[in-house]
Ligand binder design. Structure first.
Ligand code: S3P
Length: 165
């Protein structure tokens, strides 16, 4: 059950390359809600790329920044679409921020969609990435209000989400 459904926020969760940013932009066009992207905001606030934050400060530091981002959303953001970095559900109960949609894709599609993995530190080693993917699937499922088949084209995904809000 959703903990904070009165915020009217749409929360997009899912593994890297599941299409959260693309779906978020299309949802904005469709619903008029504002869009917020955790990676973009963290990166802008620190004037550093995500890769640089990982390499200079480490993953644990990055997760703290993600946690702070989520707390600020929970307390102040309404009527928005929040696209979350793939690791956020491992450190935060995303249901506190709004209605949660899990964009589900098989690992093979993650690989297909990431010809260039250099800008995602956790995808640089495929075996490691598969382990993370497998460990996270259940977390994403448990924390979502809806599991969305994200292998379809973005328009169909958006229509599916809009029909559920
Ligand atoms: C991460 C996902 C990335 C980014 C960082 C870590 C993860 O975001 O936050 O590289 O732990 O899954 P996207 O899911 O938007 O690629």
């Amino acid at each position: 059950m959703n903990l904070q459904s009165n915020s009217n926020n749409i929360i997009l969760i899912g593994f890297m390359c599941s299409g959260k940013s693309t779906v978020s932009k299309l949802l904005h066009k469709n619903t008029g809600k504002l869009t917020l992207d955790s990676d973009l905001i963290i990166s802008n606030n620190h004037e550093m790329t995500i890769e640089d934050i990982f390499s200079k400060h480490g993953e644990e530091y990055f997760r703290k920044l993600e946690y702070q981002f989520c707390e600020s959303i929970k307390n102040s953001v309404r009527d928005s679409i929040i696209s979350t970095g793939g690791g956020i559900p491992t450190i935060y109960d995303v249901r506190q921020m709004g209605l949660v949609f899990y964009l589900d894709i098989p690992f093979e599609i993650v690989l297909e969609r990431t010809k260039d993995r250099s800008n995602r530190p956790l995808l640089s080693n495929i075996d490691n990435a598969l382990n993370i993917y497998n460990a996270r699937k259940q977390i994403y499922k448990n924390l979502s209000d809806f599991k969305i088949d994200a292998t379809r084209n973005a328009n169909d995904i958006v229509m599916d989400i809009v029909s559920k809000i």
